[in-house]
Design a protein around this ligand. Structure first.
Ligand code: ADP
Ligand code: TRP
Length: 318
């Protein structure tokens, strides 16, 4: 059984290759993963089948996949130390999702905030979007994951993974481990340039790997609706880059001078991003293919064993 072989606890997260990574993705999900991965048996995915719920352009999807792997590596992920792979390379994810779809009810899935929000925003209500939490449950449970670093908006999705695990365990005997979300206080919801949650779909992002000009443009566009006092939206984003104790003095010194404060924020971002950007420029497409191939090889070992156990339990092996 795979779980007996496991020594360290397992950490797993994934991001959709559906656009350009922004600082909300970095501080909400990727950095927490990077900070923790050494102490765990760690898995990092590119969840490309999830992106298919909204994407219809194959060239764009391919480019986004290559870009997100570059982002992972440039941000500090060492692919030798973790299992870095692409969801679509491991067929067991979609296979297990189907089994969960046969266990979790439609009324329970209908409560998903994320589904309702996306449809309210005008996204097509396709069945994949509706079943999205079951594929995510499979991503997590297939590897007996204990800890899942994500932003606040994914909290309910981890609950769905626990629901799928419970349903299966109750029906067929203890098989899956209930995962826990890892959401960092104060970082679970990084605000965007308009003060609302930063999100690709709101057009309010600051790109993580933008050029200095792109980052400057986004920062200069942060809405400052305070009247002479502290520009709260700028300050909130700035806390990601400098301790509040330092910021308080700075914001007092430059009170009311929004432009100067934004310029300091740009420089602080640049200090973090410039070395990562340089590293990113040196990563080739060939390297990416190699990293993904070797990650898939590692992930497959566990996924195949776990899926065989599932098949034995549900009664499809004779
Ligand atoms: P988006 O909302 O931009 O489409 P995703 O849904 O692809 O972002 O999110 C990828 C990961 O980044 C998830 O773990 C999500 O919780 C996290 N995340 C996204 N936006 C934020 C944010 N504004 N603050 C904190 N974490 C975020
Ligand atoms: N739903 C997540 C998001 O939109 C992406 C995701 C898919 C994921 N499978 C996962 C995150 C498994 C953590 C673990 O950001």
């Amino acid at each position: 059984m795979p779980s007996i072989m496991q020594e360290k606890k397992r950490l797993l997260t994934g991001l959709q290759p559906s656009g350009t990574l922004h600082i909300g993705n970095y501080f909400g999900a990727l950095k927490p993963f990077i900070d923790l991965y050494d102490s765990y048996d760690s898995y990092l995915m590119v969840v490309d089948y999830h992106a298919l719920t909204t994407m219809r352009n194959p060239e764009q999807l391919q480019e986004n996949i290559r870009n997100i792997v570059k982002d992972y590596l440039a941000a500090g992920v060492d692919s030798e130390k973790i299992t870095l792979f692409k969801q679509s390379d491991i067929a067991q994810h979609t296979e297990l999702a189907w089994i969960f779809e046969c266990l979790v009810t439609v009324p329970v899935l209908m409560q998903a905030h994320s589904y309702k929000d996306k449809v309210a925003k005008g996204l097509e209500a396709n069945a994949g979007l509706f079943n999205y939490p079951m594929l995510m449950a499979a991503d997590i449970l297939l590897y007996d994951t204990q800890v899942v670093p994500v932003g606040e908006d994914q909290r309910q999705h981890i609950e769905y993974a626990r629901e799928a695990a419970n349903k299966f365990n109750n029906a067929f005997g203890k098989t899956f481990t209930a995962p826990t979300e890892h959401i960092i206080d104060g970082v679970g919801v990084v605000p965007g340039t308009d003060g609302k949650k930063m999100s690709k779909s709101y057009g309010n992002t600051i790109p993580l790997f933008g050029t200095k000009d792109e980052i400057s443009k986004a920062v200069m566009g942060i809405v400052t609706d305070s009247f002479g006092g502290r520009p709260e939206n700028v300050y909130a984003i700035h806390t990601l880059f400098r301790p509040e104790s330092e910021l308080d003095a700075l914001y007092e010194e430059k009170e009311g001078n929004y432009k100067a404060l934004k310029e300091v924020l740009i420089e602080d971002m640049e200090m973090l991003v410039a070395p990562m950007r340089e590293r990113r420029d040196g990563i080739t497409d060939e390297q990416i293919r190699e990293v993904l191939a070797s990650g898939a090889e590692k992930a497959r070992i566990y996924a195949e064993a776990k899926m065989q156990d599932v098949k034995n339990k549900i009664g499809v092996t004779v």
